[in-house]
Each structure stands twice: as structure tokens, then as C-alpha cells.
Ligand binder design. Structure first.
Ligand code: AMP
Ligand code: GLY
Length: 423
């Protein structure tokens, strides 16, 4: 089997690393990939959002399955494009239809879905962009902290949480005047949930599902969860407080009502669902849905999957997931993200990375790297995810950090406190 993975981050490298271990996989392609995916397969310099280019790559490379990493092609309808094309129709694509991906692509859609199916979530109201005055009036009736979200995809920047009414009003005004373009066509104002976050992941063929390992990521740039939001600075799996009892609540109150809600509404879903959750005094609430795996959560989840991932993906594609088994390693895995100095603001690219050869025990997943004249150089904000197994969380974290210290590039930065709140 030849597989094409769309995307270019640590998540896609982890997928490629795992899939190439399957005896049923012949060749892996990644588009556009990075210097890490090039170790597991072949990179194709195409844009995952250019569906005509994807089609050409699928036919030229005799691809048998496509796995979509990031959300943008899903929300733009790549699944539907495949179903409507006489050649691509026969090539399974792992990832939901455009309608189903609206669970991630529109916060207003996700919130109304959650409420329709009585799934626990923060109370909310949504307003269209031309009703900002009404939104502001509503805001003034609430208690801080205020949670304001742009409706559409905003590359992780669409959520503002502030205890100042003035700042909240300013945010509304800016969304009203087009700060997020199309993504800010509507605005959601919601109740602030106090608790501790974690993420749950499933794969589903639309009928049955398998629960993947839980994970917790660390989104802020600074130690102690301070400073600007990033794509994620590190992650751990499993999450110690995601006990059997808590996960049972997640299954019965959140995962299963989500799947039955999708089925009731006639929305077919084949792929990953990422549930961003808040544990509020022992009860799970949905903060958000994502229509894909998380990054860097993938870099701790995928190394814990013992089963053949291709076999599971085939189960998703053919509607036979119920017949497949998912075996999970009970060790911990922690990952630390090495980033370019300046990220998530502006940063330089093209710095040579050294020390990769001296990493012996850890898994190094490439995020923002590329090959330049035979050398691996930085090419993004998040550069490398260093993942390590351990019998305890501490052992996993110590291993990730000792290997991370062996890697250097100019202006390297990483948080030294991943997992700080869990030990
Ligand atoms: P999102 O982009 O929806 O994941 O939101 C970004 C972050 O904002 C989340 O990871 C949470 O830390 C926080 N957040 C979002 N919604 C809420 C809420 N209703 N209450 C508390 N925190 C929230
Ligand atoms: N790490 C969060 C995300 O992938 O959205």
C-alpha cells in the first residue's frame, strides 16, 4: 500500500514514522512534509489545499490511501472533492467531510451541535458581526473572566480571555471591524469554565469508535503556562487525572452523544475527533472539537499505539473498525517542543540544527525543518518534538529533557516545565 500524508508538522512525521512500520505499507509520501518525513518516505512539494495538485500526486504515485493531518484542507472540503471525483472516489481519505469538519471550522456550529445533543459545554451566545452592539450589551451583563471567540479558523488566535470588560469590548470591536476577516463573521461569547484541561481522541468509521490515549498539551510560550498562546510547547500522555471513572464520563456524556448526534443529523464522519475538554470538579465539558489529531499531542499518543496503525486506518476507510483491535502501551510518553527564538512572534529560519545524531533513546519528530544542501535546518516556529517513553511521568520527562539538551540551533528555546502541574 502507498500512503499519502497531507501536512508538514510533527504530527505528520509521527504518522509517517508509525505507518512505515506496518508490514502492509509499501511507501509513504508526505505533502509537503519536512526533513523528518523524508526519513520515512518521500516528500512531494505540493500544497494540501490545492486539491488538483493532490489529485495529480495521488494518481502519479499510485496512492492507495490519503491521511489528512491539518484542519484547513478538511474544512475546505477535501473529503467531498474526493467523493465527487470518479478516480479519487475509490481512494480512501481519512478525515471528515466539509460539513462534519464544521465541528472545528465554526465555533457557532459546534456550540449549537453541543446544545442540540445535550453535551456538556460552557453556556454561550453567538452574534453576527453586524450585531456587535448587541454583543457588547450582552457582555456587560456577564461576570469576568470574559471568553470571546471568532467563529471560524483563526490559526489558534481567535480566542480572547480577559478579566477586563474594557479589553473584552475592544476585542468585540476589533472582530466587528474585520480583524479575523471571514473567520470573524460571527462571534461567540461564552461562560468561563474553571478547571484543568485535557484532550481525548477517537478514531471512528461513523459506526464504531476506538478511544486513543488521552493527552495534555502546554499551549503557552512561557514557564508556568504564561505568555502568548502557541500551537503547543509540549505534551504528556496519559493524563494522570484522566482516571477510568472520568474517562467513562467522557465516553457516555461526550463521545457517544457526539457520534449519535452526527448520525442523527446524517453527517458521515470518518477520521479522528479531538475533544478539547475541561475537567470541572470531576465532570468533563467540551471546550472545542477538532476534526483531526492534535500537534504536539500526536507525538505522545502515536508512540503509545502498539497496534498496526494502517490496519486501524483501513478499518476506518472500510467501515470495519469494530473488527480491529487497538492495543495501547501503558508507559508514559512526554514530548518537549524545541522552538525558534521569537516564536510565536516573528523568528528567523534557516539555522543549522546539530546534535540530531547524538540522540540515542528519544524519538525526535520534526515539525519545522527542511533539508538544505544536505543539512537539516530550521524552517518554522516549532522545530522539533523530542519524545521519550518512561515507566513514570517523571522518567518520560527526564528522558525527553536529557535528549533535548543534546540538540542545538541558534536561538533555540523550550519550556523546561512541561508536566509541571501533574507531578
Ligand atoms: P480554543 O481555541 O477553543 O481551544 O481555546 C483556546 C484556549 O482557551 C483553550 O485551550 C482554553 O485554555 C481556553 N478556553 C476556551 N474556552 C474556554 C472557556 N469557556 N472557559 C475557560 N477557558 C476556555
Ligand atoms: N495542540 C493543539 C492543537 O493541535 O490544536
Amino acid at each position: 500500500m502507498n500512503i499519502l500524508i497531507l501536512g508538514s508538522g510533527g504530527r505528520e512525521h509521527a504518522l509517517a514514522w508509525k505507518l512505515v512500520q506496518s508490514s502492509r505499507v509499501n511507501k509513504i509520501f508526505a505533502a509537503p512534509g519536512n526533513a523528518g518525513t523524508a526519513l520515512s518516505g518521500v516528500n512531494l512539494q505540493i500544497d494540501p489545499e490545492n486539491f488538483a495538485e493532490v489529485r495529480k500526486a495521488v494518481s502519479e504515485n499510485a496512492i492507495n490511501m490519503v491521511i489528512v493531518g491539518p484542519e484547513a484542507p478538511l474544512v475546505a472540503g477535501i473529503h467531498d472533492f474526493f467523493l465527487n471525483d470518479s478516480y479519487l472516489r475509490n481512494i480512501p481519505l481519512i478525515g471528515p467531510s466539509g460539513k462534519a469538519a464544521m465541528l472545528e471550522g465554526s465555533k457557532d456550529f459546534a456550540k449549537s451541535f453541543l446544545v442540540r445533543h445535550s453535551i456538556p459545554t460552557a453556556a454561550y451566545r453567538s452574534f453576527s458581526r453586524d450585531a456587535i452592539r448587541e454583543a457588547t450589551k450582552f457582555l456587560q451583563t456577564l461576570e469576568p473572566p470574559f471568553v470571546i471567540k471568532a467563529d471560524g479558523l483563526a490559526a489558534g488566535k481567535g480566542v480572547a480571555i480577559t478579566s477586563s470588560l474594557e479589553e473584552a469590548e475592544k476585542e468585540l470591536k476589533e472582530i466587528g471591524s474585520g480583524k479575523f476577516g471571514e473567520a470573524g463573521g460571527k462571534v461567540v461569547i461564552e461562560q468561563f469554565l474553571k478547571g484543568i484541561e485535557l484532550s481525548a481522541f477517537i478514531i471512528t468509521d461513523g459506526r464504531s469508535y476506538k478511544l486513543l490515549p488521552s493527552a495534555k498539551d502546554y499551549k503557552r510560550i512561557g514557564e508556568g503556562d504564561t505568555g502568548l498562546n502557541t500551537g503547543g510547547m509540549g505534551a504528556v500522555s496519559p493524563v494522570p487525572f484522566a482516571s477510568k471513572g472520568f474517562m467513562e464520563k467522557v465516553r457516555t456524556r461526550i463521545i457517544e452523544p457526539t457520534l449519535s448526534g452526527l448520525a442523527e443529523e446524517g453527517i458521515e464522519y470518518k477520521g479522528f475527533i479531538f475533544f478539547g475538554l475541561m475537567n470541572v470538579s470531576g465532570d468533563p465539558y467540551v471546550i472545542e472539537y477538532n476534526a483531526r489529531l492534535g500537534d504536539p499531542e500526536s507525538e505522545v499518543i502515536i508512540p503509545r499505539i502498539r497496534s498496526d496503525l494502517f490496519d486501524l486506518m483501513e478499518g476506518v476507510a472500510t467501515g470495519t473498525l469494530a473488527e480491529k483491535t487497538l492495543e495501547i502501551d501503558d508507559q508514559y510518553v512526554a514530548t518537549v517542543m524545541l522552538v525558534s527564538g521569537g516564536y510565536p512572534g516573528s523568528y528567523a529560519k534557516g539555522h543549522e540544527i546539530s546534535g540530531l545524531d547524538s540522540v540515542k533513546e528519544a524519538l525526535v519528530f520534526h515539525a519545522g525543518t527542511k533539508l538544505s544542501d544536505g543539512k537539516v535546518v530550521t524552517s518554522g516556529g516549532r522545530v522539533l518534538a523530542v519524545s521519550h517513553h518512561g515507566r513514570s511521568l517523571k522518567e518520560a520527562l527526564d528522558g525527553a529533557y536529557s535528549n533535548a539538551r543534546a540538540i542545538t540551533f541558534k536561538d533555540i528555546y523550550y519550556r523546561t516545565d512541561i508536566g509541571f502541574d501533574l507531578q
